[in-house]
Write a protein that binds this ligand. Structure first.
Ligand SMILES: Nc1ncnc2c1ncn2[C@@H]1O[C@H](COP(=O)(O)OP(=O)(O)OP(=O)(O)O)[C@@H](O)[C@H]1O
Ligand SMILES: [Mg+2]
Length: 324
């Protein structure tokens, strides 16, 4: 593998002038600029949330930073390795060894036990799972005693814990999550966020999480805001209110405002669901003015958009795509 590893560098993820353009040659009509010159460094041992209106480039940012997708131009360094220098095979190896990815829809293999799901990345990487280490991870995520169950025998929150354990078990340099709490009810989402927060503390993990939820984002050390493929602002250790306010300024959900209690302080404008796109567009009854508790991440908080039921189908790569 080319590139150098420098485990002591403060920045474990570094993007410089990253552009991602979909849809053919420059200037073509159907072309979409998903990332438009993103430059950012993420420090080791930190928890970063990425927010922005639907279509602003959050998933693209995550996929490029994680080496799941290649930028059209610009540089991505992951754990000291310049990804553009890597051929496909070396990139796959790096992903397997140095990143963990948590998907919204968990992406567990239903036929495998909890234990086998969790240890799969190790086995794919040709490493023999160490019983003690695996037990510790299962214990940490609250799954001790459940290792022989199948995913179908677990609650949504427990399944997401399996996915987190699976992301933790290889001790990756960075764990990326694309709306990891998006399919969970408020209470379970909170537990999962606390778990991620703890992973930053006890394992000095680095976590980068896309979310639509100001309450979820407020668990992070820093929140980055994307709009039209650019990082337009950031907040350090914000409150949910500060996050919600910034999102409002980005036009992410119409004129919605959130008071400290999490209650709305202004009427939501009917028909703004389209403006909000994927976020609010998923809300049951969007287009009417829904009660704020129905909005993902506002009031109801933590992605409780429709009574805790999954509201956003997974739009990420299929299970294991990036990790094989
Ligand atoms: N494979 C693709 N081909 C063409 N365009 C794409 C592709 N993937 C994403 N895009 C476009 O790139 C832009 C950014 O998409 P991306 O999925 O990163 O947005 P997002 O911020 O994650 O949105 P959401 O909140 O809805 O998940 C959008 O305009 C989207 O339509
Ligand atoms: Mg997305």
């Amino acid at each position: 593998m080319s590139g150098t590893t420098s485990p002591d560098t403060q920045e474990v993820v570094r993007l410089d002038a990253v552009h991602k353009i979909y849809g053919g040659a420059k200037g073509q009509k159907n072309q979409v600029t998903a990332l438009d010159g993103v430059s950012i460094g993420l420090d080791r041992g930190t928890f970063t949330a990425v927010m922005g209106p639907s279509g602003s480039g959050k998933s693209t940012f995550l996929h490029c930073a994680a080496g799941l997708d290649r930028p059209t131009s610009g540089s991505v360094r992951l754990d000291g390795v310049e990804l553009s220098d890597l051929k496909e095979r070396a990139l796959t190896k790096l992903r397997r060894e140095r990143i963990g990815f948590i998907f919204q829809a968990f992406n567990l293999l239903p036929a495998l036990s909890v234990l086998d799901n969790v240890t799969l990345p190790l086995r794919l990487a040709g490493r023999k799972p160490k019983q003690d280490a695996v037990d510790e991870v299962l214990q940490r995520v609250g799954l001790a005693g459940m290792q022989h169950r199948r995913p179908g025998e677990l609650s949504g929150g427990q399944q997401q814990r399996v996915a987190i354990a699976r992301a933790l078990v290889t001790k990756p340099a960075v764990i990326f999550g694309d709306e990891p709490t998006g399919a969970l009810d408020t209470h379970t989402a909170r537990e999962v966020l606390i778990l991620l927060r703890e992973a930053v503390q006890w394992a000095r993990q680095t976590i980068v999480m896309v979310t639509h939820d100001p309450v979820a984002a407020a668990h992070a050390d820093r929140v980055l805001f994307l709009a039209d493929g650019r990082i337009v602002s950031s907040l350090e250790r914000p409150t949910p209110d500060q996050v919600a306010e910034r999102m409002t300024h980005l036009g992410a959900w119409g004129t919605e405002r959130v008071a400290p209690s999490g209650e709305p302080v202004a009427e939501r404008v009917a028909g703004t669901a389209e403006v909000a796109g994927g976020g609010l567009g998923q809300v049951a009854g969007a287009g009417q003015a829904p009660g704020v508790g129905q909005l993902p991440g506002v009031g109801g908080g933590l992605g409780s958009a429709s009574g805790g039921r999954p509201v956003r189908p997974s739009v990420q790569a299929p299970a294991w795509e990036g990790l094989r």
